[in-house]
Design a protein around this ligand. Structure first.
Ligand SMILES: *Cc1c(COP(=O)(O)O)cnc(C)c1O
Length: 377
């Protein structure tokens, strides 16, 4: 039985969590949460201790991203998926453009297609594993794309497209890229993300770094009288965030874990330090795959390969054919988890998160473990 394969302990990574979200949460942050005891958990989110925790997260995010003047750190409940609905209700004036080259970019596009109060969006599509690029279109007031397409491991540039209307908004999904890749937030009007990927916390919240133009747009759309469900009302989130609060009860542990991770990131060189770390980890995977007889990087264009989510195809035929699902199963049986590919992609593939929290030495151990397993299948 392949599931009986026992990987030697000295080959195993110290921490076997390589999931692309939820992702590895550091032992130190979990210990700090436990040590916080009765000071935060189980206390009111309308009182100073939790409001100060929200303020700490907002302040650290502003520092990590060198937040440009006038930008605001806004947060709300429901994760990045909720933010797509927040944006179709409260940011898009009339017509958006969506770049879709995988599951997540596609989902935001679909939200706009389904919104009867908006004109049909322009959807720019790229095949999975490739990159597609936004471009100026007359009448488009909002341009949206993912910084990192987590389903395929494709990374996109974050640059304001040339020639777009002066008041058009650039709305970038940084859910998995944020914290692990360099970004100039000034190229965006909204850079949004969730805590359970690069920030090594738990799910359930969305964060949006909003420019003055985006704050103004939210006010303009609200004033137009459009029906906006209270839970998805961006102007309410903006007002609450300015007071270090959320409309309804947030997950306090998520905020705590994120604050701990942000402190760790800032102490480790901030965004440049984290980007160097994820680049080292992902290079380990890509270099190994390039040299391997049975593995190849899924993303053909090296410039489009993600530094935070590395996808590797395995040969499906010939003498080097390897069933990636079996490898992932054996790894799991040995405590190395969540290397499975994005379920809907349906490829013979491993997907390895190389977020900042993941130790580059553990990534090196992981590829050695894969070689060890494949030799014995
Ligand atoms: C995970 C992910 C999402 C969805 O995030 P949730 O917080 O689970 O809603 C959206 N976009 C990208 C790029 C993601 O990786």
């Amino acid at each position: 039985m392949t599931s009986d394969l026992r990987i030697p302990a000295d080959l195993l990574p110290a921490d076997g969590r390589f999931g692309s979200g939820p992702s590895k949460v550091s032992d130190a942050a979990l210990a700090a949460l436990a040590a916080s005891g009765r000071s935060l958990m189980g206390t009111s989110h309308r009182q100073a201790p939790v409001k100060n925790l929200v303020a700490r997260v907002q302040d650290r995010l502003a520092r990590l991203f060198s937040l440009p003047d006038g930008y605001q750190v806004v947060l709300g409940l429901g994760g990045s998926t909720a933010f797509w609905d927040v944006a179709t209700f409260g940011l898009v004036r009339e017509r958006s453009q969506h770049v879709s080259f995988g599951e997540f970019g596609g989902k935001f596009a679909q939200a706009a297609v389904d919104a009867p109060w908006l004109a049909d969006p322009v959807v720019v599509t790229g095949a999975p594993g490739t990159l597609a690029t936004p471009y100026a279109v007359d009448g488009v007031d909002t341009y949206a794309w993912p910084h990192n397409e987590t389903s395929t491991g494709v990374m996109a540039p974050v640059l304001r497209p040339a020639g777009i209307a002066e008041d058009a908004l650039v709305v970038v999904d940084g859910t998995s890229a944020a914290g692990g890749a360099l970004v100039d937030v000034a190229e965006t009007d909204v850079y949004y993300f969730a805590p359970q990927k690069g920030f090594a916390a738990d799910g359930g919240l969305w964060f949006a770094l909003m420019s003055p133009a985006a704050l103004e747009r939210a006010a303009e759309v609200k004033a137009s009288g459009r029906f906006i469900p209270a839970f998805l009302d961006l102007t309410t989130a903006i007002e609450n965030s300015a007071k270090n609060q959320t409309l309804n009860t947030p997950a306090i542990a998520t905020l705590f874990l994120m604050a701990e991770q942000l402190d760790w990131m800032l102490a480790g060189g901030g965004l440049p330090g984290m980007a160097a770390r994820t680049a080292a980890s992902s290079s380990t995977v890509y270099d190994w795959a390039e040299a391997s007889p049975f593995a190849t990087p899924y993303v053909v264009d090296p410039a489009a390969r993600s530094q935070v989510v590395a996808t590797v195809d395995f040969a499906t035929e010939g003498e080097h054919a390897v069933d990636a699902a079996v490898v992932a199963q054996v790894l799991r049986a040995n405590g190395v988890v969540d290397t499975d590919p994005y379920r809907k992609l349906g490829r013979n593939q491993l997907r390895i998160a190389t977020f900042p929290a993941v130790d580059p030495a553990d990534v090196a151990a992981l590829v050695a473990c894969v070689d060890w397993v494949v030799e014995r299948l």
